[in-house]
Design a protein around this ligand. Structure first.
Ligand code: HEM
Length: 221
């Protein structure tokens, strides 16, 4: 009998790629805790998808942001809403928390199994930078609903660098785009959240995965 899969595979050579990616030998002692990085990556994919969908409706301006979020959530008087918007927003918020938890747990696993030791020390540094970026995603995203909680959290958060001697005030004003949290801050945080942080993350994730492939996964304890 003709096997349709082998006909397709003879032309596309998919099995070869499947084997190269999925059928790799693993060292002794690898457990389910080694899935935590993959779980963090799964949350990142959910965040990217829901974030792109939300960006079709969200407007990052001081006069519009709050109302567009109410529109996305279906909470505007009169009932106008983005179809499935509440679900996209809920998934985005939950996946953000999930990602922070997964990244922290992944980092702990790498530490406990000593997987930061040579030859993986550079990957630890790349990972630590990804951790900072994950936090920056959370911090910049928190302002976007432009409600009281967002405004005051950002006012407190951006005031923290002010305590650094000499350059503290400069850093605070760089983050805020002036002495106070205003529409400029909102736009700045939006640009960070949807352009700068994703671009840097894509590059670092590529480096992270490239090194994992080159060095192989470390063994268990
Ligand atoms: C965006 C966040 C991150 C993602 C998506 C991610 C993804 C992954 C994946 C899929 C692996 C393969 C093994 C596993 O899943 O445990 C891995 C390995 C590794 N990660 Fe991450 N990671 C992230 C953040 C971090 C952080 C914060 C650190 C440490 C500071 C780190 C350090 C490492 C190291 C050293 C390895 C190699 C571990 C080994 O060979 O056992 N990663 N990462």
């Amino acid at each position: 009998m003709i096997n349709p899969f082998s006909i397709i595979d003879r032309r596309l050579g998919l099995k070869r790629h499947y084997r190269r990616i999925f059928e790799r030998p693993l060292p002794e002692g690898v457990t389910y805790f080694y899935c935590l990085g993959g779980i963090a990556f799964f949350f990142l994919i959910v965040l990217t998808f829901t974030g792109v969908v939300l960006s079709f409706y969200y407007v990052p301006s001081a006069s519009e942001a709050y109302h567009t979020i109410r529109f996305i959530d279906g909470k505007l008087p009169g009932g106008a809403s983005m179809p499935g918007g509440w679900l996209m927003r809920a998934l985005h918020v939950w996946a953000a928390s999930g990602m922070v938890a997964a990244v922290m747990a992944h980092m702990l696993r790498v530490y406990i199994t000593g997987s930061y030791k040579p030859p993986r020390e550079l990957n630890w540094v790349v990972g630590a930078t990804l951790f900072v970026l994950t936090m920056a995603f959370g911090f910049s995203g928190y302002l976007l609903p432009w409600d009281q909680k967002a405004y005051w959290a950002t006012t407190v958060g951006t005031a923290m660098p002010k305590t650094i001697p000499v350059i503290g005030n400069f850093i605070m004003e760089l983050l805020r785009g002036g002495p106070d949290v205003t529409g400029i801050t909102l736009l700045r945080f939006y640009v960070m959240h949807v352009y700068i942080l994703p671009l840097v993350s894509i590059f670092l994730l590529w480096a992270h995965f490239h090194m994992i492939r080159r060095q192989g996964i470390s063994g268990g304890l």
